[in-house]
Write a protein that binds this ligand. Structure first.
Ligand code: GAL
Length: 380
């Protein structure tokens, strides 16, 4: 769990914003809710590598340097992450790490970096993905510092099959998330939330998940909309607000999948609704459940879907999902979901309303369009 600069600020990131984000993670209670890694995404580096191949920080945007920034972040009880790419350039056109993996891994370790997001842009110099990503994985394993390795090749080469062997602790399964339900042809790239839901329904992907490596369906867009940095600065068609109901669906699915939770909102402007979603303790407990299973789709009937995953206490987490445009009633049964415990009565706890009740069999709810009911179920 953590926060990454990209969705909020895109290419307009600088050290003041990162220091503010570190302060805000503490002040808002996000850190104490579990959001621990603060990751600076693309454009932190100068336009050229130094003559010896090392990175230099962007002189105007990061004048104090990265070691200083990492210290500032560590002093607030957080971990510090950074970004590069397994090619000649980052996606924003800054220099990246292919051919300099060892040098850069050593530099990250010296700076006090705890997490590397490693992207797929630039020229690959004829090397395949496994080769390029394993080179950085090996380099990180050799430095004298624990650095979480986040592989970001957008799911292009089925990383769930090989990213663990390349040293990755998490790997993107899918393209870039947008703060909306569905992408249109006017979006230069990206996927809406429901499109990621459909890609993550693939059992081949689901079975690769956890607890020693994680499918990453991309960062959170909770709290974002047309005003967020990515929407403003990239060639995207994000003109409408991202409705609260869709944001709750987004967060619920990420938790059901045991996905990395990387917030991406401007923490200086976080409102109560956004905070309530991002810091919901029951949702986070389902996300962080020790079994680390990615919840799967149990049944589809028209626009109604039932999803669930087993939990370490032999209970289950359940999503009743309405992908349609009108309110519907969705029902499941204790036999249908991934529930190991057997009992005469089960307790159903509603993650979003905080209500709870008991049932011997049926679990159902009226669900609004694009909405979910999100439950934790266990013996009463
Ligand atoms: C994309 C990546 C995004 C962001 C961006 C930066 O490739 O998927 O998450 O890091 O590059 O340019």
């Amino acid at each position: 769990m953590g926060w990454n600069s990209w969705n909020a600020y895109s290419i307009a990131v600088d050290e003041t914003k990162i220091k503010d984000a570190a302060d805000m993670l503490v002040e808002t209670g996000m850190r104490d809710a579990g959001y621990e890694f603060l990751v600076v995404d693309d454009t932190w580096m100068a336009e050229d590598l130094a003559d010896d191949g090392r990175f230099e920080p962007h002189p105007e945007d990061f004048p104090s340097g990265i070691a200083d920034l990492a210290e500032y972040v560590h002093d607030r009880g957080l971990k510090f992450g950074i970004y590069s790419s397994a090619g000649t350039e980052t996606c924003a056109g800054y220099p990246a790490s292919i051919g300099n993996e060892r040098l850069h891994a050593e530099q990250f370790a010296e700076w006090g970096v705890d997490y590397l997001k490693y992207d797929n842009c630039g020229d690959h110099r004829g090397r395949d993905a496994l080769d390029r990503y394993a080179a950085m994985g090996e380099a990180l394993a050799e430095v004298d510092r624990e650095i979480v390795y986040a592989i970001c090749e957008w799911g292009d080469n089925e990383p769930w099959e090989w990213a663990r062997n390349a040293g990755g602790q998490l790997w993107r399964t899918t393209g870039d998330i947008l703060p909306k339900w569905r992408a249109t042809e006017d979006d230069a790239y990206g996927l809406g939330v429901v499109e990621i839901v459909d890609e993550m329904a693939d059992p081949q992907i689901a079975r690769a998940n956890g607890p020693d490596g994680w499918n990453d369906p991309d960062m959170l867009h909770v709290g974002n909309g047309p005003g967020s940095g990515q929407a403003q600065l990239d060639d995207l068609d994000v003109s409408e607000e991202f409705p609260e109901v869709e944001q709750r669906t987004h967060f619920s699915f990420w938790c059901l999948w045991s996905a990395p939770l990387m917030a991406g909102n401007d923490l200086r402007e976080m409102d109560a609704t956004t905070k309530a979603i991002l810091t919901n303790e029951d949702a986070i407990a389902i996300d962080q459940d020790p079994l680390g299973v990615q919840g799967t789709r149990d049944r589809v009937y028209g626009d109604r879907e039932v999803w669930s995953k087993p939990l370490a206490d032999r209970g289950a987490a359940v999503i009743l999902f309405n992908r349609g445009e009108r309110e519907v009633e969705i029902e499941t049964h204790v036999e249908e979901i991934d529930l190991a415990a057997e009992a005469d009565e089960y307790r159903v706890e509603d993650v979003w309303s905080d209500e709870s009740w008991t049932t011997s069999d049926e679990i159902g709810s009226v669900v609004e369009p694009h909405g979910v009911a999100f439950y934790r179920v266990g013996p009463a």
